[in-house]
Design a binder for this molecule. Structure first.
Ligand SMILES: Cc1cc2nc3c(=O)[nH]c(=O)nc-3n(C[C@H](O)[C@H](O)[C@H](O)COP(=O)(O)O)c2cc1C
Length: 217
């Protein structure tokens, strides 16, 4: 299939001017990096993952991540956490900060995050994962999106069950990074799985992983 990477698409009513999305990267996706991403063609950029507990506790550094420039739209701000009430409250602050999308992280494989019940560990707790999305979707008016991995274990196809359930719970778009959490950043992203997910949901699906050239994009 040929897709014009410069064509626009929508998440609900939000127009994204190109088909390229800048992947969120902790420690990297600061405002300057996001601006460069947009300058080089990204239609949508995203903050790095932000701790909802950090927002709840008014952590100064965390609140700094919520600074949004007027030239930054459309912008997603990504949250991680495991408690729906805290996530919903953090999402309200993200919306108030000016984000166009609240993105939820169900992909982070790092132990510091998964041991708190957040990130990729939520793929093994689909009910909780859906409750968090539901709570955020009722707390904010901007669309809620979710970034997920294929599953926790190697070879897992969990995303094909959890993905549609998250859409049912209110997710307006999904980004799939089709590696397992166990794989971390090794091996290949299996985009055959991304294609399967596309068939199962009626919201846009963003493919993340191994997009190393225009041809691969
Ligand atoms: C240094 C680094 C930090 C990352 N931080 C985040 C993050 O905060 N949130 C997130 O959803 N994904 C994060 N990711 C995953 C990327 O967004 C992306 O899904 C993944 O790198 C895609 O695989 P690729 O490296 O093969 O392109 C990170 C990746 C890297 C390399």
């Amino acid at each position: 299939m040929q897709v014009d990477l410069r064509s626009s698409w929508h998440i609900r009513n939000l127009e994204i001017p190109t088909r390229l999305v800048l992947a969120p990267m902790a420690g990297v996706s600061v405002q300057a990096f996001r601006r460069q991403g947009r300058r080089y063609g990204a239609g949508l950029v995203c903050s790095e993952m932000i701790s909802c507990a950090g927002i709840e506790h008014g952590n100064e550094r965390t609140l700094g991540y919520l600074r949004v420039g007027s030239d930054e739209h459309p912008l997603a701000i990504q949250l991680f956490g495991s408690e729906s009430v805290v996530m919903a409250e953090a999402a309200r602050m993200v919306e108030a900060a000016g984000a166009d999308l609240v993105d939820v992280n169900y992909g982070c494989p790092v132990r510091k995050v998964t041991r708190t019940g957040a990130g990729a560990s939520l793929l093994d707790e689909p009910d909780r994962a859906c409750r968090i999305v539901e709570a955020i979707a009722s707390a904010v008016t901007v669309p809620v999106t979710v970034k997920l991995r294929r599953g926790v274990e190697d070879g897992a196809r969990t995303c094909l069950e959890v993905g549609p359930a998250l859409v049912e719970a209110g997710a307006a778009s999904l980004t799939l990074h089709p590696r397992s959490a166990q794989q971390m950043y090794t091996g290949e992203a299996d985009h055959a799985l991304t294609a399967e997910l596309v068939e199962l949901v009626d919201v846009p699906v963003v493919a993340s992983g191994d997009i190393t050239s225009r041809a691969r994009a």
